[in-house]
Design a protein around this ligand. Structure first.
Ligand code: FES
Length: 107
């Protein structure tokens, strides 16, 4: 199974194994990771699963949908060009090794 790494604002990192068909958010919450709240359960309605995608991985992700784009305008931490909602990142074998940085806060 692909593994992805979350880097916390303090520099610590957590590498998590993803399950079949999981989103990055689902993998994070299944492992009890601090920093991903996912209040809406992955329905692209809350923006509390905000992450910054490592620059080297950005091109591997599918383009974002309009609802994700709109929600990212309301994140608690600043939106950056590499901001994404982790619930909308479905992990595929091609994303093995993906690095996602967590923002300072989600609410
Ligand atoms: S979990 Fe709510 S938008 Fe991602």
């Amino acid at each position: 199974m692909p593994a992805i790494t979350f880097i916390h604002p303090d520099g610590k990192s957590d590498r998590v194994e993803t399950g079949d068909g999981e989103s990055a958010m689902q993998a994070a919450t299944r492992h009890g990771l601090d920093g991903i709240l996912a209040e809406c359960g992955g329905n692209a309605m809350c923006a509390t699963c905000h992450v910054y995608v490592d620059d080297g991985s950005l091109a591997l992700l599918p383009a974002m949908a309009d609802d994700e784009d709109a929600l990212l305008d309301g994140t608690a931490s600043e939106r950056r060009p590499n901001s994404r909602l982790s619930c909308q990142i479905k992990i595929t074998p091609a994303l093995d090794g993906l690095v996602l940085r967590l923002p300072e806060r989600q609410v």
